[in-house]
Design a protein around this ligand. Structure first.
Ligand code: ARG
Length: 458
């Protein structure tokens, strides 16, 4: 037999570079805490069910607790020879307490062990991510409060469409993030199921108590099918999918920041703290952080597609391919948390050039719908009104005149029903204020969204 923990039936030893290829310790040591917690729960169960003697269990428990302290003190040394975190922990425990450590793996497999660790890992990070998103939501609400009456062009197809409130724009992202929070909260339901006790794939003949270990580890539920428990990673796929959608939302906002801080738009200005200069062009102030968040969304999508592809054709139950589940997921957490923090810092220090936003709505035809609506309220069928205004726009473009520059005399030629109040209704701020249908950009509606959001966040 060879030196390996599972070396009994082996005669030849793998070359070290083969071991290196198969090992996961370089990344799965991130789950060392979860692994020790899982082992503690398992051995406590072995004690309670009297599968092992109390004294054996107590030795293992105190050994594991020492390991835990050494881990937190940064004293544990892992080796590639021991392949992964599970066997590293077991072999360090053996060094510490001797052969009794070998009893820990009774009624358990690395397959349910790794699944347990990975569930705990995802489960433990979800609340941090939700908290970071909520911080951003609070920032958006307070920015929106300052900008209910900030008028800007609303776009479709990146063309001026209708004027809107910048606060309304901000609250749109608030709502997207609210669903992101809900998605991560739902993700918790599936990360919160205990695979422990599924053993290798088929359960075990030992009279284990899965309810006990699940409770010890704080799991809310238990996998009822052992094959499912060790072979699915849908909770991680949900996490990656939720992370991808969240990054997509942030990325769209960042794209708009990048455009809106440009010379051509000049709607926003970023704080020096979230921008960078150029090594050659002294005048530059680049929105690097916004671009990087936009860029990192691609990386997170990659991890989602990576794991989906890895799992696509895997037969039940465990296959070593599943070891590929971890790096992308870890990297997603490592990407997400700082991205959320930077995003929040960046938007909470943003300067809004309200005048520039407003001016952009003055010299366009984004009040064309207003005029058409006005004619419609005077009894002209909307389709006909649309045609009339379209012709006025065409003429306006030729003569460099906006709709509000048309004289009353000219208006009367279109319809004698047009009155002086038309000039007021063509003002962008009036156009915005009056859009008070539910969920519209009218000031009252935006204030209502803000009130709802504040209630939500408390
Ligand atoms: N390092 C492995 C993984 O990450 C642990 C489970 C290994 N099980 C096995 N039968 N090879 O998936």
């Amino acid at each position: 037999s060879t030196q390996k923990l599972w070396g009994g039936r082996f005669q030849a030893q793998a070359e070290s570079w083969v071991d290196e290829f198969g090992a996961s310790i370089n990344f799965d040591q991130l789950m060392a805490d979860e692994d020790i917690e899982g082992s503690l729960a398992h051995v406590k169960m072995l004690k309670k069910t009297q599968i092992l003697s109390a004294s054996d269990c107590d030795q293992i428990i105190s050994g594991l607790k020492e390991l835990q302290e050494e881990l937190h003190a940064g004293k544990l040394k892992f080796t590639v020879e021991n392949e992964d975190i599970h066997m590293n922990i077991e072999s360090i425990l053996t060094e510490k307490i001797g052969p009794v450590a070998g009893k820990l793996h009774t009624g358990r497999s690395r397959n349910d062990q790794v699944a347990t660790d990975f569930h705990l890992y995802v489960k433990n990070r979800l609340p941090q991510i939700v908290a970071e998103i909520k911080t951003i939501q609070k920032t958006l609400v307070s920015l929106a409060e300052d900008n209910v009456e900030t008028i800007m062009p609303g776009y479709t197809h990146l063309q001026h469409a209708q004027p809107i409130s910048y606060g309304h724009y901000l609250m749109a992202y608030y709502s997207m993030l609210k669903r992101d929070v809900e998605r991560f909260e739902f993700n918790m339901k599936h990360a919160d199921i205990s695979p422990l006790g599924a053993a290798a794939l088929a359960g075990t003949t030992f009279p284990i108590d899965r309810e006990f270990t699940a409770k010890e580890l704080g799991f809310n539920d238990i996998y009822v099918n052992s094959l499912d428990a060790v072979s699915d990673r849908d909770f991680a796929l949900e996490f990656l999918s939720n992370a991808s959608i969240l990054m997509m939302h942030l990325s769209r906002f960042c794209e708009e920041i990048s455009m809106w801080v440009s010379y051509e738009f000049n709607y926003l200005e970023l704080s020096d703290k979230y921008t960078t200069g150029s090594s050659i062009m002294p005048q530059k102030k680049n929105p690097d952080m916004a671009e990087l968040i936009r860029g990192k969304s691609g990386r997170v999508y990659g991890h989602l597609i990576g794991l989906l592809s890895t799992m696509k054709s895997l037969p039940l139950a465990y296959n070593k391919d599943l070891q590929e589940d971890k790096e992308g997921t870890f990297d997603t957490v490592k990407t997400l948390l700082p991205a959320l923090k930077v995003f929040n810092g960046m938007i909470s220090t943003i300067k809004v050039n309200k005048d520039n936003m407003y001016h952009a709505t003055e010299n366009d035809f984004s009040n064309a719908t207003e005029l058409a609506d006005y004619l419609a309220t005077k009894g002209i069928p909307f389709r006909e009104a649309h045609g009339i205004v379209g012709q006025l726009v065409l003429k306006g473009i030729e003569t460099h005149k906006n709709l509000q520059d048309i004289s009353m005399e000219e208006f009367k030629k279109i319809s004698p029903l047009i009155e002086d109040d038309i000039y007021n209704e063509l003002k962008p701020e009036v156009a915005v204020e009056r859009r008070n249908s539910l969920g519209g950009t009218g000031f009252k509606q935006v204030k209502m969204q803000i009130e709802l959001a504040k209630k939500d966040l408390n």
